[in-house]
Each structure stands twice: as C-alpha cells, then as structure tokens.
Design a protein around this ligand. Sequence first.
Ligand code: GUN
Ligand code: ZN
Length: 475
Amino acid sequence: MYHSEHFPFPGVYPRIDPSLPHDRPMSCATQLTERQAWRASLLWFADPAQPNASHEADGLLVTAREADGIVRIQAIGPYRDLAPHYPDLPVTHWPGLCIAPGFVDLHIHYPQTDVIGSPAEGLLPWLEHYTFPHEKQFADPAYAREVSAFFLDELMRHGVTTALCFATAHPESVNVFMAEAQKRRLRMVTGKVLQDRHSPDGLRDTDTALSLRQTEDLIRRWHGVDRLGYAITPRFAPTSTQAQLHGAGEIAQQFPDVWIQSHVAENVDEIRWVSELFPEARSYLDVYDRAGLLRQRSVYAHCIYLDDADRRRMAEVGASAAVSPTSNLFLGSGFFDYAASDAAGLRYGLASDVGGGTSFSPFHTMHAAYTVARQSVGRPGVSLSPEHLWWQHTAGAAAALDLSGKVGNLLPGCEADFVALNPQATPLLARRTAQTETLAEWLFAMIVLGDERLIAHTVVQGQLVKTDQQKPCTS
Ligand code: GUN
Ligand code: ZN
C-alpha cells in the first residue's frame, strides 16, 4: 500500500485540459460489476487515528461485494503498481478528479431540513418558536417520508454518506427514515427523540413508559439491519424527566452496542435551566452520567461549556463530542475549545447540526470550524490544519462514532462509500487550486471555496448515487 512521505504536489498532477470534460472516458460501459476498480488521484488516512492525509496522484481503488453483501475496499495504491494485479477488472477512470472518503456527519436533524435559516434570540427561543412547532408535523408518516427522501438525497449530493441523525418524538419518523436509508443502502444511525416534559402537545411523550418501550421496539426492529444503527436519543436534559433519562440509561445497558446521542452545554441560558432542574448534578454533563448515558458510542453535540472534569470524564468513558460550528455561530451559542479538548484527550468530530446549522456542506462546516478555532476572544486561537479539518469530518468522525475501519476512510476493509472531488468545479476553484504547492494548500483552497459543486460523484456501496456532468464510464 502506498503512503507518500513526500507530498506529490497537486501542481504537478497530470494537468487536464480545462476545455475537456473532466470525466472524459477511456471507453464506456454502463454495467457496474461486483468487483470494480476506480482510477483517479486518491486522498485517505493511512493511520486513521492521526489527522495526516495521504495522497496518490494517480491511484487505483479496488472494491468488491463480500459474502455479507457489503461492498468493501479491497486495495488502494498507485495505479502503476496495482493495475497489473487486476488485469481484467473494469476501471472507472476519472482523470483530474480526486477520490476521497465519503464524509461523516456526527450530528444532524433530518426533521429540521426546513428549519434552516430560522432566526431567533438564541437556542431556547429558536426551539420554542420554530423547531418544536415544525417537528410536530412528523406525526404524519407521509410527510416524514417525503422529508427523509429529500434529506438523504441532499446528504449524498453533498458527499455525506454516514450520519448520526435525530428523528422526532414520533416512532414513525424513525421507521420511514430507516426505510428510506435502507433503500439507498446508506449507513445511517437514528433514533426516536425522548422528550416527556417542557415540550408542546403533539411533540411531548405523554407516557414515559411507552416512550421507553417504543425505543426498545425500534432498537429490535432496526439496529444492525443492513447498515442501519439505532441511537437512544434523549433530546436534552431539560425536556426529559429523571424517569425518562434513567429509563434510557437502563436500555443503554441492555443494548451495549447501540449509540446514544443528545445535546450538552450548548448555550448559557440552557445551562442555567439545567442547573435549576437538576440541582444534585455536578454539571450539565453529570446529569447524563448519573443516568447511565455516558459511555463508548455516546455522542454529545456542542460541548461548548464543559469544564476540564467533564472533558476528562468523556475521554475516560470513550464518549465523543460533535462539534457543530455553523450552528454555534448561527444561534450565537459559543465556541468549541479545541485546545482544552485535546489536552483532556476528548474525542470529537464535525457535524452540520442542520437545522440550527446552516448548511449540509462539509466544506462549509470545515471552514466554519477553522474560523471558530482561530478566534481568540477569551482564549488563544489555534490554526487547525486542513488535514485535521478533513479528518474531523471523515476518519476522525468515524472514530468518534466507534466506526473506525468501517467508514470515513479508503483503507482496505472500509465500506465502499466515497466521493470524487473536482477541484476545477468553479472558475475560482480551478484558478486557486492550480496555484497550490502543497497538499495542505490544495485542501485548504477546497475547504474555503468549496460547496456541493466540488462533489463530482458520490459512490455508496460501489454504486454511483450522485453524478454531475457525464455518466460514469469504464475502460
Ligand atoms: N437542544 C435541544 N434540542 C436541540 C436542537 O434541536 N438543536 C440544537 N442545536 N440544540 C438543541
Ligand atoms: Zn442538534
């Protein structure tokens, strides 16, 4: 396997004539086979635990369906070395494009697709005036299905192939989402939101015991089916009674490999409210810890106002933070502290948090994460490297989900979900990326200038699910 110590500069890529279509085929065939090869430049993480990207200017990726029905990566390396081992394999050739891991979104709300861009005086008014009223509509499965379908297609258009996603309090909102994700063969994790107080009629669980039974039923129905996973999903401490939180913790104990997701320490008014509702807890995070909701495979969104004891506790149990910079900026919540999190050994990854977040685009999220880390009010700013930002949205996010080696990378054994980036997607991108001299500069240009136009193709389980310009061709 190839791992370049010395970056082969994008500036010396085989240059392509901009007047030619980017995916100019060597020859064309439409039928995809069970075993395939993909030729382009490649971007991946040779050590998934480290935010150091590897790059191969002319690479080959070989994928195949395995006995369990999952399409996985079989080999990755320089074209010249690998191609002779696969003489009869059809090759999809994308000159000028770069194959990179599908993005992993650590925290997103599918029912808030149509809440994006709703202004409010911070988190709690935003929930009360826009989000809660809107989520009531998901009692209607037909509506939930239409939104699920749009949402999943939108994720794929933006190159996101794995997500940890909130549904709503209505069990059917989980069923229809899972069914739509299954149809698309996506790796998605979701759960029924638990909220049995401080929530309006139509969104509130009126029977706590029933809400917990519904959670168990949904776990049995969906967790581990194809690539679907279940997440026990208390919305946040203020909207759950102690009984509901502890009941959720008992379910978590019964099902050690399901995920847990919630929000923590996002907003100062929210934190004050939590301290009034749970005076016995040492901190907001401690409310979840006491309920048995803090462990491996638990992912908490925001984590802005944690203290060092909280961060160390999350690190100790293997819980992760979903950093949500566009949401934190839009709702005026605050800034995630990267330096303190690193010092505590807290695992984290990037999240859009749509609809508090303002974009499905991983490029917008990475750009916002950089900007937020750089700001130096109240603490020293840090400059996150482009490789680190990219890792936070791919291999790092996968690790935070306990899915390292499964998604977010192109190493052999990973599931075959990837994107093909077109660095010439816009005139400015083409101009700027052509002038970069290092991998870091090249990635940074895409992070700052990129959006879904950069995603020329999205491949899920070896199948093209988004393609712009031309149909895929094989040689
Ligand atoms: N806290 C509780 N619910 C939500 C939500 O839907 N979005 C955000 N950003 N924070 C929350
Ligand atoms: Zn959220």
